[in-house]
Design a protein around this ligand. Structure first.
Ligand SMILES: Cc1ncc(COP(=O)(O)O)c(C=O)c1O
Length: 392
């Protein structure tokens, strides 16, 4: 049968990730390749109790259809947290619940990107965004990430010369690099964008997870009408609930709402009600502090072992938060070789390739430090060191 798939399907990068995850999902392999939060950090009992209360007290409404924008008490909780944590004047009207923040990437692409449109991205960039955007056939313009955020000269020329409708960035603990924009670069990015027609898509999947607990100033603070933020409960509560949100100016949110309605009418109301109940009966700040402390310890341990065990010429980022870091391999060592030899040695890493829209990533690997315990980090880093010393 000749299936006549739409032409856009050919524009989507080949998903060799599925293959990589299959290869690395062998029993006994310690995986730094994925991006899961620690299972131990998910408060199963607390969520179960919240679910019990929802079924008992609002089961009939929570199991009904609902509005596209999402469960109002949850949107109020999110808006209130923006006001208290970040001093942003958010209201529930500016919040749209989505099915994980991954959905907001798809919806943003749907409402902002026509085939051939310019889209700005960080280099490396989050592969989930590259995949989601690629369905809408943009021309990507990549801006190299430096230690403290985007290369401002390249950023400025992309905005000036290509006038993208959207620039997608992750200022806090970026995936895959772990990089955080400095305060200076946040202001500079906003200054460059101001007066242009480019909307800054500020993906804030990790902003709650700074190891020092200090919130960073969002770019949205400087250019509120030109920025949309996406956020997520995946990394701080539980990814299986699939609840994220968009915080955006009203005209943008109207388009999101239309696009979301066509996609799925609304996000799972039962989960929204359970999550809202959980958040209002538990200490989220305390929970986030505990999760960030665990990830901070894992990150320090991984960084120290990389420093101590790996061959000369291998360098890595030193994240201030989040769940990923990126390592640059010694000259001449390929990330695919490290992947394949690693799996044979019992350790999985993620080659950098899918994070680059313009080639690249062949000499970098992404390492996740949230899903694995301290003992596994120690053992996994020793296995990786054996692989690296063989390959140099
Ligand atoms: C930067 C970034 N954005 C968005 C997502 C999507 O997460 P979710 O849909 O679970 O909110 C992820 C997942 O890892 C991510 O790393």
């Amino acid at each position: 049968m000749n299936y006549r798939f739409a032409g856009r399907m050919k524009r989507v990068p080949e998903s060799f990730l599925g293959e990589l995850f299959r290869v690395s999902a062998v029993p006994g392999v310690i995986s730094f390749a994925g991006g899961l939060p620690a299972s131990d950090c998910i408060d199963v009992d607390g969520i179960a109790e919240a679910a019990r209360q929802v079924f008992a007290e609002e089961g009939r409404t929570a199991l009904q259809y609902s509005t596209t924008d999402g469960y109002l008490p949850l949107r109020e909780f999110i808006a209130d947290r923006y006001r208290r944590r970040l001093g942003l004047p958010a209201t529930a009207d500016e919040i749209q619940i989505v099915n994980g923040s991954q959905q907001s990437l798809d919806l943003a692409a749907k409402i902002f990107i026509d085939p051939g449109d310019a889209v700005g991205m960080e280099r490396p960039g989050y592969l989930g965004a590259i995949e989601a955007f690629s369905f809408y056939e943009p021309v990507f313009h990549a801006v190299p990430l430096e230690e403290d955020g985007p290369d401002l000269a390249v950023f400025e020329s992309v905005i000036r010369d290509h006038a993208p409708g959207l620039f997608y960035g992750i200022p806090n603990s970026q995936n895959p690099s772990g990089t955080t924009y400095s305060d200076r670069k946040r202001r500079a990015v906003a200054e460059i964008l101001e007066g242009s027609e480019t909307v800054f898509y500020e993906d804030d999947a990790f902003g709650e997870l700074f190891f020092d607990g200090r919130p960073r100033v969002p770019v949205k603070r400087y250019i509120p009408e030109q920025t949309l933020i996406s956020g997520s409960f995946s990394k701080i509560i539980a990814p299986g609930m699939r609840i994220g949100w968009i915080y955006a100016p009203a005209p943008i949110l109207r388009e999101f709402n239309l696009a979301k309605q066509a996609a799925d009418l609304h996000s799972n109301l039962l989960c929204q009600a359970i999550l809202n109940r959980y958040l209002r009966t538990h200490d989220l700040d305390g929970h986030v502090r505990r999760v960030a402390a665990v990830y901070g310890e894992h990150c320090r341990l991984m960084c120290d072992l990389l420093d101590d065990l790996m061959p000369a010429g291998m360098t890595h980022t030193r994240p201030e938060g989040g769940i990923f870091l990126t390592a640059a391999l010694p000259r001449g060592v390929s990330s695919m070789e490290v992947f394949h030899d690693g799996v044979r040695e019992g350790v999985a890493v993620l080659p950098g390739v899918p994070f680059y829209v313009d080639g690249g990533g062949k000499e970098t690997i992404r390492l996740n430090f949230s899903a694995v315990g301290a003992e596994e980090i120690v053992e996994g880093m020793h296995r990786l060191a054996r692989v690296m010393h063989r390959l140099v």
